[in-house]
Design a protein. Structure first.
Length: 608
């Protein structure tokens, strides 16, 4: 074929392939009918005009698709579209025509409901056009465009209240959320994603005391929540707002879970967390501290099931995982979970003048390394068996770790912890690696043909993951797989009516916002199980969208204290956007809740 080596041939083939994958996998906020029309239009523009099926047929298909999208197509238009696409597929002289036709046939087959709904109503099928991209990408489905508009209007109290409709931890998430919402922000089509977390941070920093939380009439139902972390407290908050009597059992002396015992003060000041928990208690939630729930205590799962109408298990993942290498039990080897917990308790170790090695590549490893530097360590080295690019930690956390003076030794797999004659750590021995084939989405490390390396140190902090301490509940009949509690689609524990589980103990160690999302989902499931269907509606009037043009504009970012100043204390590192920056950043929002993909969702302001 004369076009086999032409660049447009390969480009169009790749475009068709990518479009198929995107449509079939995850087209957030994207209509498959409109996306198909766009692809056919691109192919038509590339036509050389040599053959009639391509030159004329692709234009005709574009017109037919436009009528289907508008709802003005005659009955049988979809079948006529398929017939035309098949004729173009078999008669075009090159890939420009037949691959575009194949894409149309695949799209109609995969998304026929969408094509039929468009043809009859002129609107997107709600199930496919998934709503506002940033809202969909937020695990808790917070009304992001709404609180951005309120922040822009200076209505900070209402902005925070709108967040609390879906997330009772607006301040905590404003400081430490990994902001998955920004990954799908449509502003990237213009320049760069809106700084959504930065806007939230400004709103919570400038809001007054939370308004009194409204509650439904008492339902007469009692719910027990095991674990006062983000997931447990979120579930308790919403259930209490709906009139249920909720009691939270927490094994430690303070509530907060990993927000308190896993995230250092320089990222999330504990005074802010305390205020957040106080507002949850003000909603009617009772928190019992120093209350262990296991087979050895007075409170057991069996007793909770007897005394309460429903139980939510949100015990988190507070254990530590072992490396399984020699010397792991030596004096000076510290689990990262234990180290960060001690800091949260105010009983941090003193690392003054010591060399410290941290094993791991996640956010916990970065927190441990930066905390060790603040505890006086002479040097801190993060030892990781993959590349820096493969680390699971947020990019800003990695950059902050390096800026704080920590070194990252990548492609180094720990082999052994060497000790001195007294049994104390003297070095970490690691085997150099090279990067190899992709496995489970990331390139896997392969042993390099090089000698092992020793990192002299007196402390080794292990941050390779967290363990779920589910054994007591498993002994009482909770089904678990690899220590994770098994649940159904509504977070119910199989075989145990009225018992639900969520957060890290169900999904494994994850992020704060995912735990909050599980708590929200569990609250809805428990409310339904108890025979109700309450809603949360903040009744807030969001400002009308701006109709002026959104001109290209750079993204405002939050600054940090100088590294030399911050690396020896636990005071807050990041500072928020200025008044000038927040005015500019809020104006960058495209108001997707009003225009385009959000138009069928009542502007995102529905109660849930």
């Amino acid at each position: 074929m004369p076009f086999e080596n032409d660049s447009s041939y390969g480009a169009l083939g790749e475009m068709c392939s990518n479009t198929s994958r995107r449509l079939g996998a995850n087209a957030r906020g994207t209509c498959p009918v409109d996306m198909t029309r766009a692809l056919v239009g691109v192919a038509h523009a590339q036509s050389c005009g040599k053959c009639t099926p391509c030159r004329v047929g692709l234009g005709a298909m574009t017109e037919m698709l436009e009528k289907i999208i508008d709802g003005s197509a005659a009955p049988g238009a979809i079948e006529l579209l398929e017939d035309l696409a098949e004729q173009i597929r078999v008669s075009s002289d090159c890939a420009v025509g037949y691959q575009a036709a194949e894409q149309v046939l695949m799209s109609v087959k995969a998304f026929r409901d969408d094509f039929e709904y468009h043809a009859s109503t002129g609107k997107c099928l709600r199930a496919t056009s998934q709503g506002v991209p940033c809202v969909v990408s937020c695990p808790a489905h917070v009304d992001i465009p709404g609180y951005i508009a309120l922040t822009a209007a200076g209505r900070f109290d209402e902005a925070v209240e709108l967040i609390r409709k879906d997330n009772p931890f607006p301040s905590a998430c404003a400081y430490i959320c990994e902001h998955p919402c920004e990954e799908t922000c449509r502003r990237t089509m213009v320049d760069d994603a809106v700084n959504i977390r930065g806007i939230k941070r400004y709103a919570v920093d400038h809001a007054g005391a939370p308004r009194a939380t409204s509650r439904e009439a008492a339902s007469g139902k009692r719910v027990a929540v095991v674990g006062a972390g983000p997931s447990g407290l979120t579930c308790a908050y919403f259930l209490s707002r709906w009139g249920h009597d909720v009691t939270v059992y927490e094994q430690r002396e303070k509530a907060g879970g990993m927000l308190r015992y896993g995230i250092p003060n320089y990222r999330l000041p504990k005074s802010i967390l305390d205020d957040e928990i106080a507002s949850i208690e003000a909603a009617g939630v009772k928190i019992l501290l120093d209350q262990q729930v296991d087979g050895a205590s007075e409170a057991t799962l069996a007793s909770l099931r007897r005394d309460y109408d429903a139980v939510y298990l949100a015990i988190g993942a507070h254990g530590d995982k072992k490396l399984g290498i020699a010397g792991e039990d030596a004096a000076g080897v510290v689990p990262a979970v234990e180290m960060l917990r001690n800091i949260g308790l105010g009983a941090a170790d003193d690392y003054t003048g010591l060399d410290v090695c941290v094993i791991g590549g996640g956010n916990v490893a970065m927190d441990a390394a930066r905390s060790a530097m603040r505890l006086g360590a002479k040097s801190v080295t993060v030892v990781y068996r993959r590349r820096v690019a493969d680390m699971t930690a947020l990019a800003e956390e990695i950059d902050g770790t390096v800026a704080d003076g920590c070194e990252i030794a990548s492609l180094m797999a720990p082999l052994e912890i060497l000790t001195d004659s007294d049994g104390r750590v003297r070095a970490l021995k690691a085997q150099p690696q090279i990067i190899g084939p992709v496995k489970r989405g990331r390139p896997a490390p392969v042993t390099a043909e090089r000698e092992a390396v020793e990192f002299p140190c007196q402390v080794v902090i292990i941050a390779i993951g967290q363990d779920i301490q589910s054994e007591p509940f498993e002994a009482e009949g909770v089904p678990c797989t690899w220590k994770r509690m098994d649940t159904d689609d509504q977070l119910g524990v199989p075989g145990m009516p009225g018992v639900f589980a969520g957060g890290d103990c169900m999904r494994g160690p994850a992020t704060v916002i995912l735990s909050i999302a599980d708590g929200k989902k569990a609250a809805r499931a428990i409310d339904t199980y108890l025979g109700f269907h309450h809603t949360v509606d903040p009744d807030i009037d969001v400002p009308a969208p701006r109709l002026d043009d959104r001109v290209p504009c750079g993204r405002s970012v939050m600054g940090e204290r100088p590294a030399e100043e911050r690396r020896r204390d636990f005071e807050l590192v990041e500072f928020g956007l200025s008044d000038q920056e927040i005015r500019q950043e809020t104006l960058r929002c495209l108001n997707c809740d009003h225009f385009g993909c959000g138009i069928l969702h009542e502007n995102g302001r529905t109660a849930w």
